[in-house]
Design a protein. Sequence first.
Length: 168
Amino acid sequence: MIQSTSKRSRQIALAALFAALYAVGVTVLAPISFQAYQVRVADCLLPLSILFGPPAILGLTLGTFVGNLSSPFGAIDIVGGAVANFIATFVAWQIGRRKFNGSWLVGTVSEVLVITFFVGTYLSFLLAIPVWLGWVGVLVGEIIAVNVGGYLLLNGVYRALGRRLLRD
């Protein structure tokens, strides 16, 4: 299927917007974005992948890569965080596409679990703390950012844009 130029342009613009918003959110809130116990506020954008699909997935992955350039944990966090967010947003989008009752909740919970596993695991090694402690530290922050803030944002954007968003 060949996409129109305007649709392709809109998807590129959306990806760039998501990348910029995520990178700025991480950079501005760096003191709470890079710890064993962290609340990465920018992660509230991740559930929007359920509505926006590939532009959000790619934009948020790129935004994670750029935002994590300021990470004190270096290349492991830059690449590892981007991979974790790519997998998390892709899985949530696939779940959300099924449109079953509760699919958004299952999608956001899956994002939290994927990020908790990946980021919590490598942070535990980087910080020389037990793995379970790395998982708990990331899990609590992700529940706040994704399952509370992100879920509310997802519902708000859906209500604001309505079915118009899903039609295009």
